[in-house]
Design a protein around this ligand. Structure first.
Ligand code: CO
Length: 134
């Protein structure tokens, strides 16, 4: 599997607007995109930091993966995203080496990118997303 880039780090927050205001005040950076992604149950913004992004996630409601994360663990780092050239090949490789994948396979994330999540047991409790950029 070819890992191209650490594409983004995602944080889960209660208030996307106030977090974007804080990032502007701290680093003078703003989002290059902001969208509701119903399939993932989030409203998300992508904020560029050099060659990588900070993804800011707000849950659409409590009964979503990010909503449950916020209830259980509070705000903070939610996942790391590794960019791959071919997500189907990456998932096949991971299954071959015994790594558990969350769900059935790729789904559609923000920007129409194909994404999948590796079970946190695969990397010391850290949730890792694979992203094939459209
Ligand atoms: Co992500």
């Amino acid at each position: 599997m070819l890992a191209l880039n650490l594409h983004h780090t995602a944080i889960a927050v209660h208030d996307l607007d106030s977090t974007l205001n804080a990032l502007d005040a701290m680093f003078r950076v703003g989002p290059i995109s902001r969208e509701v992604v119903e399939e993932q149950g989030v409203e998300e913004a992508m904020v560029p930091f050099g060659g990588s992004y900070l993804q800011v996630l707000q849950a659409l409601d409590e009964d979503t993966p990010v909503g449950r994360f916020l209830s259980k663990r509070g705000e903070g780092i939610h996942h790391l995203a590794v960019q791959v050239a071919d997500i189907d090949a990456a998932l096949s490789h991971l299954r071959d080496v015994g790594v558990r994948i969350v769900g059935d396979g790729p789904s559609i994330g923000g920007g129409g990118n194909r994404i999948a999540f590796i079970d946190p047991s695969g990397l010391n409790g850290t949730l890792v997303e694979l992203i094939e950029v459209a």
